[in-house]
Design a protein around this ligand. Structure first.
Ligand code: LMR
Length: 363
């Protein structure tokens, strides 16, 4: 103790004490800083409010056609509108050309919630929503005025009211215009020209019945494998809209096209129900409003885009184009009467009456 007192008194040991004090304080400060830093890091990790971009809700919208088509462009327009109307809270990611799912797989993916939106051709979901068969009936609509009325009025409302099942529901019906027939084996002027044809068809009972009425052989082939099958001639022909025939270059591997306008290609825009139910009423309203605008745009532009596609096909190929005259159209129409007999019960009295009224008004 005395020794200690002595050293304390002497000066040099006094400096030692001061140094150890400073070092202790510094170590203390370092420990405090590291602890504080970690605590803050943990705070970020467990921040329940997540008020940053990770907060953004993403809608994956998958479809099978090219971007420059009535469906492809309407989907892009919808995406932009949603982002604007929700103030960036919802982002719609559009996946065209079947890059995420083929038309065979997208329905199941929507049901499971792997994606939130699809817009398949109505025929492809008719087995689940049977009333939609109305949209595929051959020569159901005499002209585009009648189509527009059907896709915006009572027929649309009645059809959509029934599209609610399997964890999905219908938001709107989009249009891609009337279909035409193409083939690599001779012109298609009358029903008898189909006897030796082998057509690629979309899935769906009405389309199947339509080709049965024409006595043509058919194979159900996904949209994005059609070009390849036409090229290697496992099939001779296919039916589609001009925008699809052009954007998927079917016209390059076909020799004849008949402008028959024999059936409509429409799309039901579907949303995953579980996902939708978790959105706030305000976001739901924003999305509905974006869909309304995108749908109007689609209805206004589909016909024009098909006309442009026809012009380009004519400019870029030697395909023989046959414009089906009214008297021949009448022969085709009569050939398809049996299709109506097969489906009117499934579609239901009320919808068939609505359709009849529309046909009378616009014929
Ligand atoms: C087809 O399979 O031919 C069309 O349904 C593709 C589409 O979605 O327009």
């Amino acid at each position: 103790m005395l020794q200690y007192f002595q050293t304390f008194q002497r000066g040099a040991p006094m400096k030692k004490v001061q140094w150890s004090l400073i070092v202790s304080i510094m170590i203390g400060l370092m420990v405090f800083t590291v602890y504080n830093f970690r605590a803050k890091g943990e705070d970020i990790h467990f921040d329940d409010e997540q008020e940053d971009l990770t907060d953004q809700i993403v809608i994956k919208f998958s479809h099978v056609v090219a971007e420059n088509t009535p469906k492809g462009l309407a989907a892009q327009r919808f995406a932009k509108l949603v982002q604007k109307k929700t103030n960036n809270k919802v982002k719609v990611e559009v996946y065209p050309n079947g890059m995420l799912y083929s038309d065979e797989a997208e329905f199941e993916a929507l049901k499971q919630g792997s994606i939130q939106m699809i817009a398949p051709a109505s025929t492809k979901i008719t087995r689940t929503f049977s009333e939609l068969a109305l949209l595929d009936l051959p020569y159901a609509f005499p002209n585009y005025e009648a189509v527009n009325k059907a896709l915006t009025g009572n027929i649309r409302d009645e059809l959509l009211a029934n599209v609610k099942n399997d964890n999905m529901f219908g938001l709107a019906i989009w249009n891609n215009g009337f279909k035409q027939m193409t083939t690599s084996s001779g012109p298609l002027t009358g029903p008898s020209d189909f006897a030796d044809q082998h057509f690629r068809v979309m899935t769906g009972p009405v389309i199947q019945a339509q080709f049965e009425a024409l006595h043509a052989e058919t194979s159900q082939i996904p949209f994005n494998r059609t070009y390849q099958n036409l090229t290697n001639q496992t099939i001779t022909g296919q039916e589609n809209t001009l925008s699809n025939i052009y954007s998927k270059r079917f016209y390059e591997v076909q020799t004849h096209m008949t402008i028959s306008n024999h059936g409509l290609l429409s799309y039901v825009v579907l949303m995953n129900q579980g996902f939708w139910d978790k959105l706030s009423p305000e976001l739901q309203q924003n999305i509905q409003s974006a869909m309304k605008e995108a749908t109007n745009w689609n209805h206004q532009h589909a016909v024009k885009m098909n006309q442009q596609a026809l012009k380009r096909i004519k400019e870029q190929s030697d395909i023989h184009i046959y414009d089906l005259p009214p008297e021949r159209k009448e022969v085709w129409r009569r050939q398809f009467e049996e299709v109506y007999d097969r489906f009117d019960e499934e579609i239901g009295k009320s919808l068939m009456e609505e359709l009849e009224e529309l046909r009378e008004k616009y014929k």
